[in-house]
Write a new protein. Structure first.
Length: 319
């Protein structure tokens, strides 16, 4: 894999990672827009235990090419960079400028709806029904009341399984599903807590956090492997219906990204700070506080244009 292409994939991974950190925004959406979605799904689907045998049988170089590992590792590296570097910044912006940040995300996803929708080559009744079904499912997820925060090992495993499926689905936010499952605080708390426990030398607590993350990672691996095969089959055999369903997912997710919210309940995050837990979308004229309509419009347009520019950039890289 040429160095230039590696760097491009790392950048796309960084964009995916930035999206996956935010509850309501999907890394799968970014993967689709940047033109790597199907390659990502097929690469994941192609991974199996034969990979380990090939490492010893045909060597590292041949194995990397056969399983497209250069692409996958570059993407994962970019995702990791974003998650580690942007999580604190995005958390700060969500706490300090929630209306403005959500309006920017709203513009991103609105443009993504148009982008994915125009990939549908043939419109019929089945496609329209798929869009409606996807919209209803995604909308329900955005208004569902989050569960508690169970710390049982099987629940953390299950959370990883569900979250990773959402993270590779355009329009469905893995971070938001973690929030709904009640595992968002557990997972993020384990990431930050592990580093603090290691620094303090509290190995017992560090092992607890590490165990949580390992269980979550195992769930992610199982979910990726199972669902990537389903998605690969769908794209190869029912591409139009799949695109229609994904378009619906994204339309429904716009409710979560609507800038003006009325907070119904709060939750305490991993840093002990109270943040919105359950919200409903309202008119800017009913918003308690400054609705910042002008800035919201500007940032929505900025997000919209950014996706169009990203699409052109990705298209040039593919040509």
């Amino acid at each position: 894999m040429p160095l230039r292409k590696n760097i491009t994939v790392v950048i796309k991974g960084m964009l995916m990672g930035a999206a996956d950190v935010v509850p309501g925004v999907s890394g799968g959406t970014i993967a689709f827009i940047t033109g790597i979605y199907e390659e990502l799904i097929k690469t994941i689907d192609g991974l199996d235990f034969q990979l380990l045998k090939d490492l010893f049988k045909v060597g590292i170089k041949v194995t990397f090419i056969k399983y497209n590992l250069g692409f996958l590792l570059s993407l994962l590296f970019g995702i990791a960079i974003s998650i580690l570097s942007l999580s604190k910044l995005l958390t700060y912006l969500l706490q300090t400028y929630p209306v403005l940040l959500w309006s920017f995300f709203f513009g991103l996803v609105l443009a993504s709806v148009l982008y994915i929708g125009k990939q549908i080559s043939k419109w019929n009744v089945a496609v329209i029904i798929a869009i409606i079904v996807g919209t209803l499912i995604s909308y329900y997820i955005t208004v569902a009341e989050p569960l508690g925060s169970p710390d049982n090992w099987w629940y953390i495993l299950f959370s990883g399984f569900i979250a990773i499926i959402a993270m590779i689905l355009p329009g469905v936010s893995g971070a938001f599903l973690l929030l709904l499952l009640g595992s968002y605080k557990t997972v993020l708390g384990s990431i930050s807590g592990l580093l603090e426990a290691v620094i303090e030398g509290n190995w017992s607590l560090a092992w607890t956090y590490l165990s949580n993350l390992l269980l979550f990672a195992i769930g992610c691996v199982i979910g990726l492997k199972v669902f990537s095969r389903v998605l690969t089959w769908l794209f190869e055999n029912q591409k139009n219906l799949t695109l229609a369903l994904l378009t619906g997912f994204m339309i429904g997710s716009l409710n979560k990204l609507w800038p003006w919210k009325d907070i119904i309940k709060y939750r305490t995050n991993s840093h002990g700070i109270e943040v919105p837990f359950l919200e409903k979308s309202i008119s800017p004229f009913d918003f308690k506080g400054d609705p910042q309509i002008l800035y919201v419009c500007l940032l929505t347009v900025t997000g919209f244009v950014l996706i169009l520019a990203l699409e052109k950039w990705a298209h040039k890289k593919q040509v």
